[in-house]
Write a protein that binds this ligand. Structure first.
Ligand code: 4NP
Length: 173
């Protein structure tokens, strides 16, 4: 069954906040956070974002820096990160406009703890895959480097589509 999501489109004088979420907050979501920040800076839309952050549904790695393979993937693409892992908190649902999950397990865990009064649109980042397949950013933790390479290509592509679809602006392919 396909569900249509009512996106929140900020007006030109409004900023929005985006929180990326995976399981451990050391591989995929800090990569997504850093790649998204880099993408919006390169496209000239950084000033439309009040906050870009990431978190995990689990607390195993709280306080840790990203996995060395995420840091290396970002470094190869000229991107740095100073993120420290943190677990999602109830206040995130009130403070962020979008909470973007990497896979369906992250999404269902977020939905389970989502407060009724939250403002955030909680959805798969892969909603912005550009081909309506709702791509999953697969957990690369126990695999090789190829998982990180694939994750990076996805999060850059989804970031561009997010800017295009949410800010409703024309950006190059
Ligand atoms: P992430 O990857 O959710 O993309 O940060 C993982 C990191 C750690 C573990 C699993 C996935 N772990 O089992 O510790």
């Amino acid at each position: 069954m396909s569900t249509t999501i009512d996106l929140y489109h900020p007006s030109h004088d409004e900023q929005i906040s985006v929180l990326f979420c995976c399981l451990g907050n050391i591989c995929r979501s800090p990569m997504a956070e850093a790649a998204f920040r880099d993408t919006v800076e390169k496209l000239g839309y950084a000033d439309r974002f009040s906050r870009i952050d990431s978190c995990g549904t689990a607390g195993y790695h709280v306080g840790a820096e990203p996995d060395h393979r995420t840091i290396e993937m970002l470094r190869k693409n000229g991107i740095t990160t100073d993120h420290c892992a943190r677990q999602v908190a109830q206040k995130d649902f009130k403070n962020f406009d979008y909470i973007l999950a990497m896979d369906t397990s992250n999404l269902s865990n977020l939905k389970r703890i989502e407060p009724k009064s939250g403002k955030a649109k909680v959805m798969l980042f892969g909603y912005f895959d550009g081909n309506k397949r709702k791509e999953i950013v697969e957990d690369p933790y126990y695999g090789g480097n190829s998982g990180f390479t694939e994750n990076f290509a996805q999060v850059v592509r989804f970031s561009k589509n997010f800017v295009r679809e949410v800010l409703q602006v024309e950006i190059p392919e």
